[in-house]
Design a protein around this ligand. Structure first.
Ligand code: 0RQ
Length: 492
């Protein structure tokens, strides 16, 4: 590190942030999220509130973050507005009670929205790095996210120099900031591992107000081993992919896979790893989780392009120790490239994401419980699902012990519509919806995916609905939701 930058404590750095500032931080999942300054900022907010002063920020990150950021700041009532994605219990609770405004966005859209000033000027960026050079080269840590854009656009920059992160991690970074239209060029990226950028982000060094030294590792939650239900869903997905390959609808060299976070996604990768019918494969994705990471080690996965490393400390240590192996197999990209619609379409990505709720015609709600309370947000699921070669959605057929059917007559909120959803899978089975008109889609989803407890109800709903291209009964399409709200049980 160059000594020409001021070294600050986290508390001193937090003083650079004023009430109502738009603050942008590194972090794409807890990977690479700023930690020390947000914690100090939360404490400062509490002190200011105690002395009767107003203090809250508007907060942008790459995606969700870790405890020190979203949880601490939400608990301290230090956030008034948040975008583009979150997965924090504390933050969610304040969003759903109207205390924090939350803008739920496609993650690929975020950098260009910042560039065009849709949210106003970024006052301060707080970015985790392992090194900053005199001329402003910033070597990022376990995620790239939107940090290159934040560094480029912010008025002031604070760097969290994290000694707990390995300097080698940034050998995997491939950073390029596409120009805004009309000067944006086509991205020439026709292989998941192709490199088109540099291993560092760039900042005007004059904007750096200080460096905060930390050594805190990423605040990853635990990953549990796949349960029986996830394994069942994974089994259907793996068999389906193997059959598609056999039928020639997936080329023999296979296609790159994307997967969202969670138990089912992990189980699918364990299943693919064990399947003799699926060839060695690549990922073009936004989060790299432990199960596919293990397949990289074993050679079943040939390489992965991601936006961040959603991994445990021991995995990150392994990468640092064997960087020559991993730097040829993992590429970390900014989110407007990892999630870029043109590249996803060009590579023919197979997208695998999770639904909270789906309806009998194949619309998917990934974000809002009974259409009202946000869970996490759309994240990158829309970027991938909409532009993929094959878009698969998975979920258990019931939630809360059967009080909720995840398959309903009409989704209470739609993130991915019928035009995007090709395949729906629950532990009951798989519905391949390609080429099916609405009536046939409904039959296939009800017979293959719905839990037996709810099958008759949904069959009757269709039978008694008004004929049309899509048969619906607008008086009764939300009866299940209504009963859930009134009694706590859709069948109650
Ligand atoms: O509640 O935790 O209180 O038990 O919702 O459900 O089944 O554990 O599913 O953790 O995989 O999350 C869609 C939220 C699924 C996630 C979603 C209740 C259920 C449980 C969680 P409890 P599960 P998961 C990559 C891509 C959108 C973003 C995305 C998500 C809790 O996958 O956020 O894909 N996806 N990003 O009991 C009411 C229903 C319910 C329900 C489940 N129909 N109604 N509650 N639950 N179904 C990441 C990035 O973009 C960075």
């Amino acid at each position: 590190m160059s000594s020409s930058f001021a070294t600050l404590t986290a508390e001193e750095a937090a003083e650079f942030i004023s009430n109502d500032d738009l603050v942008a931080t590194s972090g794409f999942t807890p990977a690479g999220a700023a930690k020390a300054v947000p914690r100090a900022l939360a404490e400062r907010a509490k002190r200011l509130h105690e002395s009767g002063q107003e203090f809250s920020i508007r907060l942008l990150t790459g995606a969700s973050t870790g405890e020190s950021l979203d949880d601490r700041l939400a608990e301290a009532d230090a956030v008034s507005w948040r975008a583009p994605y979150q997965s924090s219990r504390a933050l969610r609770q304040k969003i759903n009670t109207g205390k924090i405004d939350f803008v739920d966005m496609h993650l690929s859209h975020l950098p260009q929205s910042v560039l065009f000033g849709h949210f106003g000027k970024i006052n301060v960026a707080v970015v985790e790095a392992t090194e900053v050079t005199e001329d402003g080269k910033v070597f990022l840590t376990t995620s790239v996210g939107a940090s290159p854009t934040f560094l480029n656009q912010a008025d002031k920059v604070i760097i969290e120099l994290n000694r707990g992160q390995s300097r080698q991690i940034s050998d995997m970074a491939d950073i390029l900031l596409p120009l805004p239209p009309p000067n944006r060029c086509a991205l020439s990226l026709d292989h998941p591992l192709q490199r088109i950028g540099k291993t560092f982000a760039q900042v005007d060094p004059k904007k750096i107000v200080g460096i905060v030294e930390t050594d805190q590792v990423d605040e990853m939650g635990g990953f549990s081993a796949p349960d029986e239900l996830s394994k069942k869903i994974a089994g259907y997905v793996v068999d389906f992919l193997a059959n598609e390959l056999k039928a020639g609808r997936i080329p023999t060299e296979f296609l790159p896979l994307q997967s969202g976070v969670g138990n089912v996604a992990n189980a699918v990768f364990e299943g693919i790893g064990e399947s003799a019918d699926i060839p060695d494969f690549y990922m073009y994705t936004e989060v790299l989780q432990p199960s596919p990471f293990k397949l990289l080690r074993s050679g079943r996965m040939l390489g992965a392009s991601s936006c961040g490393l959603t991994l445990l400390p021991e995995h990150l240590q392994e990468i640092a120790d064997e960087i020559d192996f991993y730097k040829d197999r993992i590429v970390l990209r900014p989110q407007e490239i990892s999630n870029n619609p043109a590249i996803i379409r060009q590579l023919g990505v197979i997208a695998l994401n999770t639904a909270l709720e789906a309806d009998i015609y194949g619309h998917v709600n990934s974000t809002h419980v009974v259409g009202q309370n946000v869970m996490n947000g759309i994240g990158g699921s829309g970027d991938f699902a909409r532009n993929s070669y094959l878009s698969i959605f998975v979920c258990p057929s019931i939630a809360k012990g059967g009080k909720i059917s995840t398959i309903v007559p009409m989704c209470s909120h739609v993130d991915h519509n019928e035009h995007t959803v090709n395949v729906l899978v629950t532990e009951q089975g798989l519905a391949d919806l390609r080429g099916l008109a609405p009536g046939e889609r409904a039959k296939r989803i009800i017979e293959n995916c719905v839990h037996p407890m709810y099958r008759d109800y949904l069959r009757k709903y269709v039978a008694e609905s008004k004929p049309g291209h899509i048969q619906h009964d607008l008086k009764h399409c939300f009866d299940l939701h209504q009963r859930l709200i009134e009694t706590g049980d859709m069948l109650g």
